[in-house]
Design a protein around this ligand. Structure first.
Ligand SMILES: C[S@@+](CC[C@H](N)C(=O)[O-])C[C@H]1O[C@@H](n2cnc3c(N)ncnc32)[C@H](O)[C@@H]1O
Length: 260
């Protein structure tokens, strides 16, 4: 399958893999706790949509005793990495190259998780309907995603805000949406999901350290900056943000709904 992600285009870079790994592990116990409140339990047929290199799929395999677990992504290289990781962890997870808009599976699932996928999708409602088609009756989809309106640094830093704004625009041009978090509830309703549940989780630099906070929320933004002045501004920001006086906070959205 041709991989034509425009919004998510830096997947094969080692720094991005490291960032996804960090993102998967930063607050994993809290994340699993929230997923439980959104319907994840043991002995379910679980689907990880947009699983990437499989860090979270592996966590689900380890901690949730799924009856079956399938990871899907439209990037073949990431699917290979996910398979390697599952093999090295002796996990029996199955992976399949699938585009979220046209998921084609013979099986249906109790719980689907889409983690940091929807910020990259041009047609979220079409994707939601496609996921709904592979959920069992009363199955639940939970989406975890960001919203840059909920990313703040104190004391405020002009270059941080400017870069954030440039990246929102760049990702929009590529068909993505870095302000998706607050829109998810209404999108799920539009796609026909019911019993919507929303949890907002704040993550701070005090919890994970300023370096990790920068890596998670900002480092990848360099790839989206197109001109030299912006890249210089980014490099300057990276130096300034070594100063431990800064406090960062970002909130991530968990939004889930049931298929009837
Ligand atoms: C930011 S990564 C998140 C990976 C993983 N869920 C995690 O949390 O570590 C976004 C993933 O969405 C996948 N993706 C983007 N567009 C997709 C599409 N149309 N169909 C399937 N996967 C897609 C990308 O290939 C990438 O692996």
């Amino acid at each position: 399958m041709e991989n034509n992600n425009k919004s998510y285009f830096y997947a094969e870079k080692q720094e991005e893999l490291d960032r996804l790994k960090l993102q998967a592990s930063a607050v994993q116990d809290i994340e699993l706790g929230i997923l439980e409140k959104h319907g994840l339990s043991t002995h379910l047929d679980v689907l990880d949509v947009g699983c990437g290199p499989g860090f979270t799929t592996s966590l689900l395999a380890d901690r949730c005793q799924p009856t079956s677990l399938l990871g899907v992504d439209n990037n073949p290289e990431l699917i290979s990495k996910a398979k390697e990781l599952a093999n090295s962890n002796n996990q029996s997870t199955v992976f399949s190259i699938q585009d979220v808009y046209e998921i084609n599976l013979s099986k249906k699932f109790d719980f689907a998780y889409a983690r940091f996928l929807f910020q990259h999708l041009e047609k979220p409602v079409k994707a939601l309907k496609s996921i709904s088609n592979v959920l069992k009756e009363n199955g639940r989809l939970c989406i975890l995603d960001i919203d840059e309106d909920f990313l703040h640094l104190h004391p405020p830093l002009h270059s941080f805000i400017e870069i954030k704004e440039k990246v929102i625009l760049q990702q929009k041009k590529r068909g993505g949406d870095r302000l998706i978090g607050k829109k998810l509830r209404n999108l799920l309703i539009e796609a026909g999901f019911e019993e919507i549940n929303v949890t907002i989780l704040p993550v701070t630099s005090n919890q994970i350290g300023l370096d990790a906070f920068f890596d998670l929320t900002t480092s990848f933004k360099k790839e989206l900056l197109t001109n030299k002045d912006d890249v210089d501004q980014f490099n300057e920001l990276k130096k300034i943000m070594k100063n431990e006086n800064y406090f960062g906070v970002v909130s991530v959205f968990f939004v889930s709904g049931v298929k009837r």
